[in-house]
Each structure stands twice: as C-alpha cells, then as structure tokens.
Design a protein around this ligand. Structure first.
Ligand code: GDP
Ligand code: ZN
Length: 505
C-alpha cells in the first residue's frame, strides 16, 4: 500500500441535514485499536452488527449498525469502519467527535473532501476516470447523466481507453525493437503492417472521441442563447420547454430581477438557457455582474435560438403589409409590454441580412448555429399548419441562413420538433447512445492523443528513416491517454479533481 498515506481519517459521509440514517466513516491502514476502543466486542469483517455507540463515560449517543471492512477489500483499500446511526446533525456530530477523540493519539483527523476516494485511487481500487465518475454520479441531475456516470464508474470508458493505450504500446514496442536493428528499418512498415495497425488505432480513437463528446455534453450540458424582441414569447417558451421539470429550473444566483439563465433537460441532456431579456443597461451592481456573466455564456453558446412573432412575417406574405416594422408594431399592439418595443423596431425588411439583435449578433462567434423560430402559430388566421409555415421563405430570403421552425409556446405545437432540432444543432447526436459520462479534461486528452497519432500517421507516409519520430509520437499519444485513467497524473491535477468532491466521499 501507499507509504505516504498512513494516517487515519474520519467524516460524516451522508448529506447534511436530517435523514432516516446517517453514516460516519473512518479509514486508515490499521483500525484494530480504534475498533476495540469504540466497541466492546470483536467485529466480524463485512458483517452487520447492531450495537450502541458509547461515549467515553459509557453513556449512549445512539445505536445502529457497525460495519468493518478490513483492507484491502474496502472502498479505500485500507481498513474502513462504518457507523450507521440515526440521521440527525447532532447525533452524527457526536458520533464523529467520539471517533476523533478515541483515535486522537492514533493520528485520526477529519477527512478532506474526496479523501476517501483519493485513497481508493492511490490504492488502485479505482482509476482516475472512475474516481471522477463517483463525483459525477453523485452530482448527476438527470437519469441519463446518472446512467452515464455509472457506466464510467464501472469502467466502460476506462476499458476502452486502456485497450487503445495497450495497442499503441504494442505497436511502439515493435518499432523500438526495430530501431535496434537499423538494417530492418526500411521495411519495418511493410513487414509488420504498421500502417494498417495505425489506421485501426486512429479509427478506434475517433470512435472514442465521438462517444466521449456525447458523454461530455451529458455532463456539462449545452448552452442555448434565447434572443428576440420583447414580447415575442421568450419566457413563455422557456416555461413550456421546462414543462414538468420546472421544479428544477434554477436562476443564476445574484440576479433577482431577471432570471438570466435557467437550466432545463431535454431527453436527459442539460441545457443552460440564457435569456437575453436580462441583457440590458443597468446601474445595479449585482445585476451587472449577472449580465457580464451572460455575455460570456453567449460567446460560448452552442446554438442561438432567435425567437420571432410569426405575424411579423405572415402579414407580409399575404400582401397586407408593406414592411415588417409595420407588421411587428401591429402584432404587438394589444399585448402587455408591447410598448417596450422600440419605435422603428429592429425587425428588418424582407431581403435584408440576418436579423439578430445587433449586440447579440456581434457576439455570436462565426460557426455557431442560429435557429430561427416563429412563435404564436396559434394566432395565425386560417389555421395552424406548421408545414405551410416552414415553407415560408426565410426572412432574408435565403435558405442557408439557418433552420426555421414554427411553434406555439401557448399550445405546445411544434415543441417536440424544436427540442430535437435544438439538441441536434447544438451538437448532440441522438442516434449515438452515450455509453459513458465524461469530462472536458478527458476530451482534451483524447484530442491530444489524436494529434500525436496523426503525426505518427504522417511519418508513416514517408519512406525516409523516421521510425524514431514515429515511435516518439506513439509514446506521446500513449501518455495523453494515460492522463485520463491517471497512469500519468500530477499532485496538482489530483488536488483539483478531489477538492471538488463532497466531504466523506
Ligand atoms: P418575452 O417578452 O419574449 O419573454 O415574451 P413573453 O413570454 O412574456 O410573452 C409575451 C406575450 O405573448 C404574453 O402575453 C404571452 O402570453 C404571449 N404569448 C407567448 N407565446 C405565445 C403563443 O405561442 N401564442 C399566443 N397566443 N400568445 C403567446
Ligand atoms: Zn421574458
């Protein structure tokens, strides 16, 4: 076991607050002494004992289940003791204090966040990606994310990465053996079918990257910016999309006046929706901070949803209006808040180029998809035919300006299509089941591995003696993959990862 992690740690492992039961957990290389001090009778490994938890003076704090897991067959790989009592804050605090007191001269101290799992990693009970999955499983807010985290935790992701890393090492071993016999170098690539092998490795890596990208989306979510004039129905749309999940809609802390950002789920994929209604000039310091943060979100947007009032366009096409300004003004005239609409509104005339609000348009990076959505379909005279609506030319007369959808936030018409279109445009591949949950850190490591495999590939295309360069790229690719599972990891990285865990995990 690891020589420099020999102290004893303890923590309350259950969530703060009150619950049916609460658990205090202790881990250390040898808990024999502590066990005998806390409990009069010997504890059978991995058996439930119903026992009183006693104070030093013999009085009872609580009674409950005690479990002893001698190392290495425990979560941390060390001796672990679990005390399961009633889940109240005062009870658990006393049980914890009793443990700390009984173990003080043994060096027992309070555990840091994630320290149990860190020990599990250092004792090879879990690799780094699995350890991260422990935290991700606890944090998962949708069934899909939880399922993905569980897959990562059980090693689905690590197994793929390890297998690929192993194959890269295999190829590199061959290359390096050849390097010792320079006369064989020239036909090495043919002799061992190195190109074919490398080609397979590249394909495998690209598959893993595509799957991991899905896993990252499932964990981090997608960013959607909701742009549009006042009164087009942004808030209504957001509420409709949130649907029965409205209970978990969460405003960004700090802005009370406007919910600038909300989180919803579509098919278990978290979407962070930034409502540009909150983006306005203000003297309020708190609100300003929220607004600055929203602008940053927009720059990171995966898709921009531009919402418009369908009447502003349809009136045009039946010849009843000569310009969109007039149509827009009329369409808002009977609605509360319509006076917010600036005179000579920003809605452009037909044939003009895209119609995003100027500030927002300036901040949408090139390449970010824009989805134009016409709302209030239910108000169209003569019916609610989405197909007819979709057949309308886009406002600037171009088909390539982005996709167009027609909906009614009020009746829910078109929302299913909108949900799927949003996910697709933002980069979610609904036909590819996401086999594991992943982090941006993993994605970066995979992309670095890919760069090195591509360099190796380039070397393999030359007939020159570049086998040493070829081997070096394979080594670097292998190293990048090793960062995912923690074969190569720095204390800084471990600190960063485990400090975001809860205490007691
Ligand atoms: P926002 O200012 O863009 O957030 O717009 P709101 O969501 O506050 O909606 C403005 C007005 O339009 C409200 O009176 C809504 O009830 C109405 N509204 C929004 N969506 C629809 C829709 O699909 N159909 C109809 N008939 N009214 C809608
Ligand atoms: Zn609104």
């Amino acid at each position: 076991m690891n020589a420099h992690h020999t102290d004893l740690i303890a923590a309350i492992a259950t969530a703060p607050g009150r619950g049916g039961i609460g658990v205090v957990r202790v881990s250390g290389p040898d808990l024999t002494t502590l066990r005998t001090r806390l409990f009069a009778q010997p504890l059978r490994p991995r058996h439930a004992h119903f026992l009183p938890f006693l104070r030093d003076d013999g009085s009872t704090i609580d009674e409950g289940i005690v479990l002893s897991f001698p190392g290495p067959h425990s979560y941390t790989g060390e001796d672990v003791l679990e005390l399961q009592g009633h889940g109240g804050p005062a009870v658990l605090r006393q049980v914890l204090e009793r443990c700390l007191e009984a173990g003080r001269d043994l060096g027992l101290r309070l555990a840091e966040p994630g320290e149990f799992t860190r020990r599990a990693f250092l004792n090879d009970r879990l690799d780094l990606a699995q350890a991260e999955a422990v935290a991700d499983l606890i944090e998962a807010s949708s069934d899909a994310a939880a399922r993905g985290a569980m897959a990562s935790l059980s090693g689905a992701f690590s197994t793929q990465v390890d297998a690929l890393a192993g194959d890269i090492v295999g190829l590199r071993t061959l290359v390096e053996a050849t390097l010792d016999f320079p006369e064989e170098e020239i036909d090495f690539l043919e002799k061992y079918q190195a190109r074919g092998t490398l080609q397979q490795l590249r394909e495998t890596l690209q598959t893993i990257i595509a799957q991991t990208r899905q896993g990252v989306i499932l964990r981090e979510g997608l960013r959607v910016v909701l742009a549009g004039q006042p009164n087009v129905g942004k808030s209504s749309l957001l509420n409709a999309l949130a649907g029965f999940e409205a209970a978990i809609v969460t405003p960004i802390a700090g802005t009370t006046r406007d919910k600038v950002e909300q989180q919803i789920h579509i098919d278990g994929v978290p979407l962070h929706i930034v409502d540009t209604a909150g983006l306005r000039d203000t003297e309020d310091t708190v609100e300003r901070i929220g607004i600055a943060r929203s602008w940053q979100e927009i720059e990171k947007a995966d898709v921009v949803l531009h919402l418009r009032d369908i009447r502003s366009v349809m009136e045009l096409t039946d010849g009843s209006a000569q310009n969109t300004d007039a149509a827009a003004a009329r369409s808002h005239v009977n609605e509360p808040g319509a006076s917010d609409l600036p005179r000579g509104s920003h809605l452009p005339a037909m044939g003009e180029s895209p119609i995003l609000e100027p500030d927002i348009a300036a901040r949408v990076p090139a390449g970010t998809p824009v989805l134009t959505v016409y709302n209030k379909l239910d108000l169209l005279p003569g019916g609610t035919d989405t197909l007819a609506c979709a057949a309308q030319p886009s406002p600037n007369g171009r088909r390539d300006a982005g996709e167009i959808l027609c909906i009614s936030a009020a009746t829910g018409q078109g929302l299913d299509t909108l949900r799927q279109t949003l996910l697709r445009l933002a980069g979610w591949n609904a036909s590819m089941e996401s086999p594991w949950l992943a982090r941006e850190r993993h994605m970066q490591a995979l992309l670095r591995a890919s760069e090195h495999l591509e360099m190796a590939w380039a070397h393999a295309q030359m007939d020159d003696r570049v086998l040493d360069l070829f081997a070096e790229e394979l080594r670097l690719a292998h190293e990048a993959l090793g960062e995912i599972t923690g074969v190569f990891s720095s204390d800084d990285l471990l600190g960063e990862i485990f400090s975001s865990f809860c205490i007691g995990k």
